[in-house]
Ligand binder design. Structure first.
Ligand code: PAF
Length: 274
């Protein structure tokens, strides 16, 4: 596995792979089984797999956890090597961002609802860095998890509307044995918080059961979830279609139930695709 910290060197190295199929997994590090599943899929489907580890400052709001975001760089290198990664890119901020640079603005509606409403500007930063990373890596395919459903939707929208040549591959949410969706931020949870956090995925599973038994009202499903999560500080429970339009009536094959909630001081998101 080759490791690069300089963008210029990476671009130069990648130029020899013009005739190869390149898969790319962007990450912010502290790799867990969710990341590993994306990496393994890329290794299977491509000639060359590139992983980036970059805690992107522009997608954090001022009061968020940028400074304390978990960092496990030595362990991450081992994980990548073991998983069959060919190229690991670990740039500094200066390698990615420029002074007074132009910027990408997320769509005014879909980029500023739900996650974008509670974290205004977050998706500007995500799209800015993803665009740069796709351009640097020249990836044929890039792998994103469904856990960050709105991010996935907006990245696909950007790729489509900016006519980028990369296929965005949607990957399933990976959960621990208790159903908790894997996230680097789970590292912040105490063991009792972890147990409480499992209620989030349980409520989504129960909602899916109700829906398969015939319930179609988004209002009723949202009420049921809120009832189940009374000891958790919910930020939002919402149901959208695959285009992130708010849905009043659930449509099998075209609904996503989304939850954002605080367990202690840790903000978690989870969702289920119906
Ligand atoms: O999902 C993430 O880890 C980040 O938002 C991403 C896509 C690596 C961009 O910084």
């Amino acid at each position: 596995m080759k490791i690069f910290t300089k963008t210029k060197n990476l671009i130069e190295y990648i130029s020899q792979f013009r005739n190869k199929q390149i898969g790319f997994v962007p990450t912010m590090g502290a790799l867990h089984n969710g990341h590993i599943s994306l990496i393994k899929r890329s290794v299977q489907e491509n000639d060359i797999t590139i992983v980036s580890i970059f805690v992107n400052p522009t997608q954090f709001l001022e009061n968020e956890d940028f400074d304390k975001y978990p960092k496990k760089i030595e362990a991450d290198k081992k994980v990548c090597n073991f998983a069959g990664v060919d190229i690991l890119f670990i740039p500094s901020k200066e390698e990615i961002y420029f002074k007074d640079e132009l910027s990408i603005v997320a769509p005014k509606t879909k980029g500023f609802i739900l996650e974008g409403y509670h974290r205004p500007g977050h998706f500007n930063g995500v799209l800015q860095v993803v665009l740069k990373l796709l351009n640097i890596t020249k990836a044929n395919k890039a792998y994103f998890g469904k856990k960050d459903a709105q991010q996935l939707y907006l990245v696909k929208k950007m790729v489509n509307e900016l006519f980028l040549p990369t296929d965005i591959i949607e990957c399933e949410i990976i959960r621990d044995e208790n159903g908790l969706a894997l996230s680097s931020r789970n590292d912040y949870l105490t063991s009792s918080e972890k147990e409480r956090a499992t209620k989030i995925s349980r409520s989504l599973k129960n909602a899916a059961k109700l829906i398969s038994n015939g319930e179609k009202s988004s209002k009723k499903i949202k009420e049921k979830i809120k009832n189940e999560l009374q000891d958790i500080k919910i930020e939002y429970v919402e149901i959208v279609d695959r285009d992130f339009n708010i849905q009043n009536e659930i449509a099998i094959g075209d609904s996503i139930i989304l939850i954002a909630a605080f367990v202690g001081i840790t903000r978690l998101i989870d969702n289920i695709w119906i």
